[in-house]
Design a protein around this ligand. Structure first.
Ligand SMILES: C[S@@+](CC[C@H](N)C(=O)[O-])C[C@H]1O[C@@H](n2cnc3c(N)ncnc32)[C@H](O)[C@@H]1O
Length: 220
C-alpha cells in the first residue's frame, strides 16, 4: 500500500541559508561534479536558437544562464520561482542577458500560459510536491507548451530508495518523504495520461537521477 502524504511533508521551498548558498551546497554534496553534470543536462535538452523556454522553480538562475548560451536573440527564457533569495540571485546573475526574465509565481497554481513555449524545464522541484500538485504542475506544462514542444524533467529516477546503496539511502533520509514517493512511481504512464508521448531519457549519477523529456503531440 502506498503511504499517504500531505503538503506539510514538502521541503521544496528553499529559503534562508540553504537558498543563499544553494549552488555551493549542490557542488559540495555532489563532490564538485554538479557544474559538469548540469552542463551535460543542458546539452541533452537540445535547445534550438529560437526556443522559448519556461523554467518551473528556476532557482538561482544558474540553469537559465547556461541555457542562454544556446539561444540567439530570437530565443527567450522565463523563470518562475517563489523563493525571495532564489529570485534575487537569479536576477543578479542573469542581468546581462535581456532575453532572460524571472517572475515571482507559484507553479502549483494554474498558470496563465497557453501554447507559448517550446520547452518547459523543471529540475529537482517536482518530487517535492504531493501527487495532486504534481499533476497540476504537469497540466500547467502541457498547456504552456506549443504542439511538438517538450516537457523536460530533471529529478530522481524510478527506484526503491529502501533497496539502494547506503549513500543513496542516507541522502533520502535527509530528503523529504515526498522524494521517496516520487522515486517509487512510474512517470511515463502518468505523463502519457496527461497527453505527452515520444520520451527521451538520460540517466545520471549511476542512474539515480534522470532527465526525462516528454513531447506534447502535434495533433493535440
Ligand atoms: C531544490 S530547488 C531547485 C532549483 C533549480 N530548479 C535548480 O535545479 O537549481 C527548488 C526550487 O523550487 C522553488 N519552489 C518551491 N516551491 C515552489 C512553488 N510552489 N512555486 C514556484 N517555485 C517553487 C524553490 O524556491 C527553489 O528555487
Amino acid at each position: 500500500m502506498t503511504q499517504q502524504f500531505d503538503r506539510s511533508d514538502s521541503k521544496v521551498e528553499v529559503t534562508g541559508f540553504e537558498a543563499r548558498y544553494y549552488d555551493l551546497l549542490m557542488n559540495t554534496i555532489t563532490g564538485g561534479t554538479y557544474p559538469f553534470f548540469i552542463r551535460r543536462v543542458v546539452r541533452e535538452m537540445e535547445i534550438r536558437p529560437a526556443d522559448s523556454i519556461l523554467l518551473l522553480g528556476s532557482g538561482t538562475g544558474r540553469n537559465a544562464c547556461l541555457m542562454n548560451h544556446y539561444l540567439s536573440d530570437q530565443g527567450r527564457i522565463l523563470g518562475l520561482d517563489i523563493g525571495p533569495e532564489m529570485l534575487e540571485q537569479a536576477h543578479r546573475r542573469c542581468r546581462r542577458f535581456p532575453q532572460i526574465t524571472f517572475e515571482k509565481q507559484r507553479i502549483d497554481e494554474t498558470l496563465p500560459y497557453a501554447e507559448s513555449f517550446d520547452k518547459v524545464f523543471i529540475a529537482f522541484v517536482l518530487h517535492g510536491f504531493v501527487q495532486e500538485d504534481r499533476l497540476r504542475i504537469i497540466a500547467n506544462a502541457y498547456r504552456a507548451l506549443r504542439p511538438g514542444g517538450e516537457f523536460i524533467i530533471l529529478d530522481y529516477n524510478e527506484f526503491d530508495p529502501a533497496k539502494a546503496p547506503w549513500l543513496v539511502r542516507f541522502a533520502f533520509k535527509l530528503e523529504c518523504p515526498l522524494a521517496t514517493d516520487f522515486a517509487l512511481r512510474e512517470w511515463k504512464p502518468t505523463l502519457r495520461a496527461q497527453g505527452f508521448d515520444d520520451f527521451r531519457s538520460y540517466p545520471h549519477y549511476r542512474g539515480y537521477v534522470r532527465l526525462l523529456a516528454a513531447r506534447k503531440g502535434k495533433g493535440n
